[in-house]
Design a protein around this ligand. Sequence first.
Ligand code: FAD
Length: 504
Amino acid sequence: MKKVVVIGAGIGGLTAGALLAKKGYDVTVYEQAMVPGGCASTFKRRGFTFDVGATQVAGLEEGGIHERIFRELDMELPPATTCDPACAVFLPEEKEPIMVWRNPEKWQEERNKQFPDSEKFWSLFKTLFDASWRFQGRDPVLPPRNSWDFLQLIKALRLDTFVTVPFTFMTVANALNLLGLKGDRRLKTFLDLQLKLYSQVDSEETALLYAATALSVSQEPQGLYHLEGSMQVLCDRLVEALKNHGGTLKLGHFVEKIHTENDQVKGVTIKHRKKGEIFTENAEHVIGNLTVNNLVKMTENLPKGYGKRVEKLEPSSGAFVVYLGVDESAIPENCPPHLQFLYDYDKEIGEINSLFVSVSKPNDGRAPQGKRTIVASSFTDTALWWNKKKADYDQLKQEYSQRAIARLGEYFHLTPETIIHQEIATPLTFAKYTAREKGIVGGVGQRISTFGPFGFAPRTPIKNLWLVGDSVHPGEGTAGVSYSALTIVRQINHDERSASFSIR
Ligand SMILES: Cc1cc2nc3c(=O)[nH]c(=O)nc-3n(C[C@H](O)[C@H](O)[C@H](O)COP(=O)(O)OP(=O)(O)OC[C@H]3O[C@@H](n4cnc5c(N)ncnc54)[C@H](O)[C@@H]3O)c2cc1C
């Protein structure tokens, strides 16, 4: 049995580990935290269960990526409800939100009302989405790094894929320009806000092909889902599948180094966080469920060019998150499960000028009877939070919290009586609990130079060292990282089969 070490039990690492265990590999997943799940895990306080980062899930519908993977693992999908609307977006000083409905006709009606004359843009989006979605459904390997990868890419192409080709080098803003819509401030701002959630960057920079997919998955027959219980159920089931198939998960184990020899991976050095013991484990394959920035820091003898490429990346965002456990009376009637607010057109998206808010549903397992959770996040520049004196850090944290709660108070009924529990996460919190460098979240920005065919590959320049998660195609989100897991499992399986074939 070939030995596989997976570094990290995020959704990407667990999915890859469980699928490989099912295929008969000897898999050990080392996770530095005391709970698995990374950015899609939870924590409990005073009867509330808070989703740390991810709150909504794509890919649970039949044929969706999570559904396919659970089917492959012989596991039942965790129970979930659809989010409809997927999001209610409030632009500055507007009281009526833009409702992103799941039903395509209802969403079209809403768009016509909100952004008259923009239908040509949405129909371009639809054409690109349909072709891209069918292409992605045929499991291309992107970006290809050897002839087998390339063959998978070619096999996924069909005549209809070529409709996307002329748009490969366009951003969303280029398309708006082309269609005479760049002056539509509301439309552009709406797109900026939504795109930031999925691609890290706004319409000026997001690759059009990526955007068409990211912004269309919330409509039927796809959709966004809210898991019953909490986000933790997704990773708990993956852990169960890993163990059912003979794999092992070791919590509280920090992988310090990835060792290589002659451009091939050899193993890892691991530190037991509580006992302080350090040991080395050899493996035929090592899978890093890591940011590409962490991978470079941990790996011996990575080619210099790879490190330079990572160094040149635009800095990724961090997140400032407010977790509130509240009395039900804090929640307005008919409150949608996900809301997005922008407060000032002339300020950047992030730094509490925008908030993405998730509200638990009554009795969905996140809060006791009569109570609810509110999780509100804003993008933040990680540099603001690091290398500060403790007093300055505390002050910034307090300023941001007060501002966020005051802004949330414009929609929710927040008073000392309705707020039962309050907690904050900054990039330092994410760095501590997920070990992501500087607490960056969400992966590599989906700019033209770094999306799909031009992004980082799961196959690294070191043989048998693999990268899974939101730094590689198709990007962030639990669905995205699951695609990347599926890709490396296919790659490893193919490489191993052809190696044993050539020995014989
Ligand atoms: C505030 C916020 C909101 C979000 N909302 C959504 C959403 O609603 N829907 C959605 O789909 N996505 C959302 N995302 C994005 C999503 O959570 C992530 O893209 C996804 O969960 C990343 O999974 P991953 O497997 O790539 O990595 P991670 O979740 O980062 O997991 C990596 C794991 O590896 C461990 N690890 C790292 N280094 C080491 C080491 N050296 N040794 C041992 N273990 C190590 C970490 O502790 C972690 O558990 C959100 C993210 C944030 C931060």
